[in-house]
Structures are given as structure tokens and as C-alpha cells.
Design a protein around this ligand. Structure first.
Ligand SMILES: [Zn+2]
Length: 213
């Protein structure tokens, strides 16, 4: 059974970035594991952090079920101090151990260079962790916050037609009651990107990734 491992900074990054692809892979009987670094507990700021963390974890599991995710692992790092937490040895060891244990055939993570610095930090961290874990297979990177721009001369290396999974992707996003506001702000981007790139690649909806190495 092919194993897929996804690393992302926050709940919902995996859905926005790679949700359609994960649903497709799950349907193809691939075993998908998602690792989430932080609950993004600082928003909404008017709610108690503990409450937000619990809600997010519940929502993430529910969204994962919709997509067919096998397992979701929460690392529980602090969103506002994510960079400090990523410098901790035990966090690094934990992530390396996860890669070694799962022995994935493909890894998906943030594009280092994502405008949102916690996404960038996780992307860079994973590139270090795969080296330590002696992982040499494919690593694909997605952008969440500026989905239109991959930079110059960086054509996507993996293009997945998610037309049949697009409804599932939106349904999974809908689960995130606790961050509706942010997600609604992103909706036009998600639709526009999927449609725009779909036209480019002559299909309805796609998700695109850069390949590392
Ligand atoms: Zn995020």
C-alpha cells in the first residue's frame, strides 16, 4: 500500500493546499497521514486558546474523515512561537521519527518561500528532517497564501486533476467552523486558482505542486 505523508503548519492548510489530491489518493487506497505542527490557536483571539485548540483538533479529524485521511498527528507547537519550537531538538527528533516510521512514498509540505512565514519555516524544517531521516523519494510543495505565484521559472512538477474531488475538498473546508472567517476570505482564491489552472491544463480543477530535488 502506498503511503503519503503531509506536513503542514496549521489545520486547513492541508485541505487548501492538497485536499483534493489527498481525497483522490485515499480513494485509490493510498494511506494518507497528516502531521499538523500548530493549531493556529491565536485566531479567533476572542476565544480561549485551549478551547480553540480542542475545536480545531476535532474539526481537523472530521475534515480528514471526509477526505479519507488515515491518521492525523498534532504536534501541538505554539503558533506565535513556531520558529522557536522548531529549533527544539525533541521536535526535530519527533518529526524525523515519524518519517522513519511511516516510510512514505511521497511527502507533501509547504513551499519554503511561502509568504506566510510559519509556512515557510515548516517547509524549510521538513527539508532538513528528510535529510536526517535519509528520505530520498519525492517531496512535493504547495503554497497556501499566494496561490498564483510560484516564482519565476518554477513550473509545477506535479499536476493532479481534482475535478471529481472538488466537492469533497470544499466540504472538508466547511467543517472548520472555528475559522470560517479566514476560510471565507480564501474561498475566492481557492476557486479562482482551481479554475484558472484547470483551464491552463485543460481540465476542470487541478492542484499543482513543485517538486523538490
Ligand atoms: Zn497555515
Amino acid at each position: 500500500m502506498e503511503r503519503i505523508l503531509v506536513f503542514c503548519a496549521h489545520p486547513d492548510d492541508e485541505i487548501i493546499g492538497v485536499g483534493g489530491t489527498l481525497a483522490k489518493y485515499a480513494q485509490e487506497k493510498k494511506k494518507v497521514t497528516v502531521v499538523i505542527f500548530s493549531s493556529g490557536e491565536n485566531f479567533p483571539f476572542w476565544l480561549k486558546k485551549e478551547h480553540t485548540i480542542k475545536e480545531r483538533e476535532k474539526e481537523t479529524k472530521k475534515a480528514g474523515q471526509i477526505l479519507g485521511v488515515h491518521e492525523t498527528i498534532f504536534l501541538g507547537l505554539r503558533d506565535l512561537s513556531l520558529k522557536d519550537d522548531l529549533n527544539k531538538k525533541e521536535v526535530f527528533s519527533k518529526v524525523v521519527a515519524i518519517i522513519k516510521k511511516i516510510k512514505p512514498h511521497q511527502i507533501f509540505t509547504h513551499y519554503p518561500g511561502d509568504v506566510f512565514f510559519n509556512h515557510d519555516a515548516v517547509g524549510k524544517f521538513i527539508l532538513k528532517a528528510i535529510k536526517k531521516a535519509n528520505y530520498t523519494k519525492a517531496i512535493y510543495m504547495f503554497k497556501v497564501w499566494n496561490p498564483f505565484y510560484f516564482g519565476k521559472r518554477q513550473n509545477p512538477k506535479l499536476i493532479i486533476d481534482i475535478s471529481s474531488m472538488f466537492v469533497k475538498k470544499i466540504k472538508a473546508l466547511d467543517v472548520y467552523e472555528s475559522q470560517k472567517l479566514v476560510i471565507y476570505m480564501l474561498y475566492p482564491f481557492i476557486f479562482f486558482k482551481a479554475v484558472f489552472e484547470g483551464i491552463k491544463y485543460k481540465t476542470k480543477y487541478v492542484e499543482t505542486f513543485l517538486r523538490y530535488g
